[in-house]
Design a protein around this ligand. Sequence first.
Ligand code: ADP
Ligand code: MG
Length: 558
Amino acid sequence: MMVLKGQLHQHRIQSEASARANPMSSPEPEVDLEDTDRLEGRAALVNNVNAALALAGAVRSTLGPRGSDKMLVGEGGEVVVTNDGVTVLETAKVEHPTANLLISTSSAQDRLARDGTTTTVLLTAELLRNALELTRIGVHPSVIMNGYRIALDEALSQLAEISREPADKSEIRAVIATALAGKIDTKLASVLTDLALDAAAALAQEEGGGDLERLRVKRLQVASGKASDSEVVHGLVIRKQRLDFTTPSASDGGVIALVDGGLENRELMLDAEIEVRSLGVLAGFHQRTREKLQTQVDHLASLGVELLCVRDGIADEAHVMLTAAGITVYRRFEREDLERLACLTGATMVRDVGRMSASDVGEYSSRSEEKIENSWHLRIDGNRGAAMTALLRGTTPTMREEVSRAFDDALGVAHRLSSESSFLPGGGATQIHLARHLRAYAPSQKGREQLAIEGFADALEIIPRALAENAGLDPIDEILELSSAQSKIGPWIGLDVMSGDKTDMASAGITDPLFVARQALTGATEAAITVLRIDDVLWAQVEPGTPDWNSEESEDEI
Ligand code: ADP
Ligand code: MG
């Protein structure tokens, strides 16, 4: 475990990155992460690459199930222990624009694919490192960008080629288990995998793409029970009690209305400038307010509404009117929860109660209040669409956070697998195969782009290298042995870091989703190209055509 105090200290990261730099190349001088002065041409590239390597150095040791945890200590002394790359990066305070670009690339990976965030950062940094090497021997950034694009296209088509479709449910479970490996113990991973598959199955019939898992599944951390007692409820569970305790706490179904606002007379209060000259005026005003509320409550009653959920508040005067009309009320909902209710019940969220029509109300199938831990929770079920609540349990806040993060990963992957289920070998096998393939493919391309394609191939090997390193294995030997095994047996031979075996990843159950690998390659290449493009422009200003480094500062000083 490594302690990063306060913030990821630049020199700390820097020294780690340079310690890991290719031992064959001369060490790069330390470039201050915060030094954002305009640097031109090659110096800018050196600076940007160093920032990327520094950042990658901070998460490299977390890759894979044998990756180590990091303890992040915030300014206020709060502690997070994690081996999740994106969490480390998003917590770090980094100033350098390239470092920030990498962090947003990794966040995009998290949003789009849910997994592969560390992989993306490592790949980006390595693509940049190799680009820098290529500029040293006189290859222009624009040529490198071209070569990287060609390599990416070829790599993507190879991914599709070697990927497989799951033959049965156990193969899908293996993909999810691989995503959870090293994050929580295997027994809990198996429980969360089941929950995730259950939720994903319910979402499979719905439209809405990858975001659906975040929108439709509420995460509720519960401070009692064992982590393995976590469950997914097909309904909405929310920490809340009804407004008036004389109304029924449970029901076997009825008509529900959702108000995206309140049942207040705020507009009337704010808009009306009333001059109070006599008590009569004030009384008249209150009278009108009450009448307006009564009209709204009557309108709800005429629509048959029995359960009312509102986003804002309810005017005091309305409490009695609603209870008298037989309407049970819950207030102060989060918008997302109202949206989930809309899904469950078919109701439409309406801003103005007066305009609510018969087609806006929905139907719920049951509701109740139950005590979880020490507070009351409302549970509403419906049978229109899918919306769920994951009750994530654990005795300590740290445990609950961990369970919650692992469930996020499991559901993120499970949900996306239901629309694209192809998977690839993990344990570095995919990257070793791509590297071998690209090296053979490079000579078919014209000119210096070949060198960039080889640089791309070398960069991919960072994944098996880091996996081996983190397992205490010799990365060079492992990569050589994997390459030779693949040349004899095929691309599915990878490294199982738990046993140290080099074996068929499908039978070992070490498999990664195709969408994760595809997004990681695409995101990393785009990020690297973005950095190279900046320097391409600066470069052109300094020296159009092929750069001649000897006319600037001597190579050794840069
Ligand atoms: P990321 O943030 O990129 O998902 P992880 O720390 O989750 O990083 O590590 C993912 C990598 O670990 C993948 O390349 C996956 O194939 C690999 N992996 C998972 N389990 C094993 C294992 N038992 N042996 C070797 N590699 C594994
Ligand atoms: Mg992962």
